[in-house]
Write a protein that binds this ligand. Structure first.
Ligand code: ADP
Ligand code: MG
Length: 407
């Protein structure tokens, strides 16, 4: 029956002998911003030892994680110590991995994933004159994980050049109101077609027709990405609704072909900047109907993510309970399912504002982080191509047609 089949498709409970690893969870505090100080907001969250935050309140709360970062932590240090480097490196060995930022709007998700307002795009003044930030990704203190990851990936490609041939590709998608669009598409942001999420029997979910751009250097990728993300940035000023309510996923695919004739591996590393996790009533966006609908969608997809996390956490604790894990209920969870309790390596960055005004949302973020930490993944190496399968088949068909025509 349908029910039984659905049950079979649920993530399977852990097998004892395998090398499970729990999802890495780090918490990062954003310092008080100037306007928050001006308004008289107080610092109410602080790092407590190496792997915990303390949130003030009538009863101060300790929130444990794998590593905590206070507001003084610079971008370079965060990249080095957050655990993202091993994720990137593992993509060269055929693992799929995901780093995602979770937290309320303004807590520092985009700052962490991409960087300060100019990252990947703006101009900087250097001794040799003005240059685009994208030309030297990862070198500016303000640069976040993505520009640093690009620099790291291509440095590694170079370092491994004698041993293997590496192919890097990049995709960039947005999920807004549960609809996936391609941020590398040539159309303007409003005119992009909605893409379908399809499921492959053995390779899982993929986005049909998503463009993958070949990556030749860090600067070239940063340029492409800077342009793709610029529309989201414009959105941040003009249409704050969209940028804080959409999810953005940038993936670097790394194919490694050893020169000694060993097997080719297909790894990837994704960077996910999730929509703001705040509750609707606290954002005051219920006034306008359209915005209400937007928030409803976000709430739906983040709400589904929350349910999926709860289900997976329960599954990890007691496999015999077979909880429902409703990952099919939203585009976001379909695309994330292999990163959550699946075959990927995963890092969650819980972004927390440090002000007293943000305490309720901060508590929700650390609570979510604690649940995520309970989930276990069973990472495995990918040796078969899976992403863009349809795209490849299409290319193959086109090639055969061409051959046929020539005959
Ligand atoms: P989000 O993407 O979660 O909505 P942003 O990343 O846009 O939040 O951050 C909101 C503001 O706070 C931005 O102006 C950003 O530059 C600043 N900010 C965020 N995190 C930090 C940090 N760790 N240090 C300094 N400024 C930060
Ligand atoms: Mg943001």
């Amino acid at each position: 029956t349908r029910r039984q089949r659905a049950k079979q498709r649920q993530p399977q409970p852990p097998e004892p002998a395998a090398d499970y690893e729990h999802i890495g969870v780090v918490l990062r505090l954003r310092p008080l911003l100037r306007w928050e100080r001006r308004e008289g907001f107080r610092e109410a969250v602080a790092k407590y030892a190496d792997a915990a935050l303390q949130v003030d309140g009538p009863q101060p709360k300790l929130c444990r994680c794998d590593k905590a970062f206070d507001g003084d932590t610079g971008q370079r240090e965060f990249f080095r110590d957050s655990g993202v480097v091993p994720l990137i490196d593992s993509s060269f060995e055929g693992f799929r991995s995901t780093a995602f930022a979770y937290g309320q709007t303004g807590a520092g998700k985009t700052y962490t994933m991409v960087g300060g307002d100019d990252a990947l795009g703006g101009l900087v003044q250097s001794r040799r004159g003005r240059r685009r930030r994208a030309e030297t990704p990862g070198t500016d203190e303000d640069d976040g994980l993505l520009p640093r990851a690009l620099a790291h990936v291509f440095a590694r490609v170079d370092a491994l050049r004698r041993k293997q041939k590496t192919r890097v590709r990049m995709t960039c998608l947005e999920i807004y109101r549960d609809v996936v669009t391609d941020m590398l598409a040539p159309e303007s942001a409003q005119n992009r077609p909605a893409l379908k999420i399809r499921e492959h029997a053995s390779h899982g979910f993929f986005v049909e027709g998503l463009r993958a751009c070949d990556g030749t250097s860090a600067a070239q990728c940063a340029g492409v990405l800077g342009k793709a993300l610029a529309c989201r940035r414009v959105g941040a000023h003009k249409l704050n609704a969209r940028s804080s309510r959409s999810h953005c996923v940038v993936t670097l695919y790394v194919d490694s072909e050893p020169k000694n004739g060993g097997r080719t591996t297909y790894g990837s590393v994704s960077f996910v900047d999730l929509a703001g996790s705040e509750r609707l009533k606290e954002t005051g966006s219920g006034r306008d109907k359209r915005m209400l609908a937007d928030a409803g969608h976000i709430n739906k997809s983040l709400y589904t993510l929350g349910k999926v996390i709860r289900g997976l956490e329960r599954l990890a604790r007691d496999p015999s309970t077979a909880p429902r894990v409703p990952y099919r209920d939203s585009a976001l969870t379909k695309l994330l399912i292999s990163s959550l309790g699946g075959s990927s390596k995963t890092l969650m960055v819980g972004c927390c504002a440090s002000s007293d005004k943000a305490i309720p949302e901060t508590l929700r973020t650390v609570d979510f982080a604690a649940r995520v930490r309970g989930i276990k993944n069973l990472p495995r190496v990918h040796v078969a191509e899976h992403q863009n399968l349809v795209q490849r088949l299409r290319e193959e068909i086109a090639r055969l047609k061409q051959e046929n025509a020539e005959l």
